[in-house]
Design a binder for this molecule. Structure first.
Ligand SMILES: [Zn+2]
Length: 282
């Protein structure tokens, strides 16, 4: 990550301001008293109890943005040069839809991985179904209520965080079930809100059948960077197997412009765009 200290500070300040709106909103959160109360079936609660018991003595471990996840991209037999574009839809006060960006991906036939939250799906049901039906896109899990997954309630940039292990399971498992129910495919990847999580949360994800994914290249849309700046960030960071993070829930941001500028150059350098689930493709 070639991010300077200045941009890190800028990002932190911006993200805090950016998320303040969400914090002031009296959004239900936390447990079965939330908007998804019907998901807390006796079957689910028993399952959750079992998982919690399994991890009862585990320590939270390191809290960070860059988990060591199993990468399939170093598969030596893979003969193509690949890069993965991933886009989050966070929800809450930011439940918009960047239709122009998705249209661009379709026009250019660029496969992409979309990380969605339960709360974003609720506000974009029809759009979500259209995206899920499109084989160009892979739908993955960004959490039920966009809570940062820390088993001890740590947070970053003021974003809502899970309070404990039980909340982490809800965030991961209930969104996975929601997506599976709506699309017929259960997510295999999970990205925590802000991409921060602790080691125990990552183990829980694995236990639930999902791999935690962070990113390699921060395009910079969350800092409202221009298309030109984001394009430069993408091109500077580009390497085989890199995961680029952007968003598709902000129609006002410049992700499409960034791709219009960077995609032709990435193609010229020989990169193929792939979904995360295709990282093991030979
Ligand atoms: Zn997010």
């Amino acid at each position: 990550m070639g991010m300077s200290l200045i941009s890190r500070i800028f990002f932190a300040v911006f993200a805090a301001a950016f998320l303040l709106g969400a914090a002031s909103q009296a959004r239900p959160r936390g447990d079965e008293r939330n908007a998804f109360s019907s998901y807390y079936t006796p079957e689910y609660l028993a399952y959750k109890e079992r998982i919690m018991a399994e991890f009862a003595k585990a320590k939270p471990g390191k809290f960070s943005e860059f988990v060591k996840y199993r990468r399939k991209d170093n598969d030596k037999s893979m003969d193509q040069k690949v890069i993965a574009l991933t886009f989050d839809a966070c929800g809450g006060n930011h439940s918009g839809y960047n239709a122009a960006l998705i249209e661009y991906l379709r026009k250019e036939q660029i496969p992409a991985t979309l990380f969605v939250t339960g709360i974003w799906i609720e506000k974009n049901k029809e759009t979500f179904q259209q995206l899920a039906r499109d084989p160009l896109f892979e739908i993955e899990n960004h959490g039920l209520m966009h809570r940062l997954c820390s088993t001890e309630g740590k947070t970053k940039y003021g974003v809502h965080a899970t309070r404990n292990l039980g909340d982490v399971i809800d965030e991961m498992e209930l969104c996975a079930r929601k997506i599976a129910q709506l699309t017929g495919r259960r997510p295999i990847f999970f990205r925590s809100a802000t991409a921060y999580s602790d080691e125990l949360a990552n183990k829980v994800a694995e236990r639930l059948g999902m791999e935690v994914v962070s990113y390699d290249i921060l395009a910079g849309d969350a800092m409202k960077a221009s298309g030109k700046t984001m394009s430069r960030n993408i091109l500077n960071g580009a390497r085989h197997g890199a995961v680029v993070i952007m968003h598709f829930n902000h129609p006002e941001l410049q992700e499409k412009q960034a791709l219009e500028l960077s995609v032709p150059e990435l193609r010229r350098r020989g990169y193929n765009f792939i979904k995360l689930e295709d990282f093991s493709i030979k």
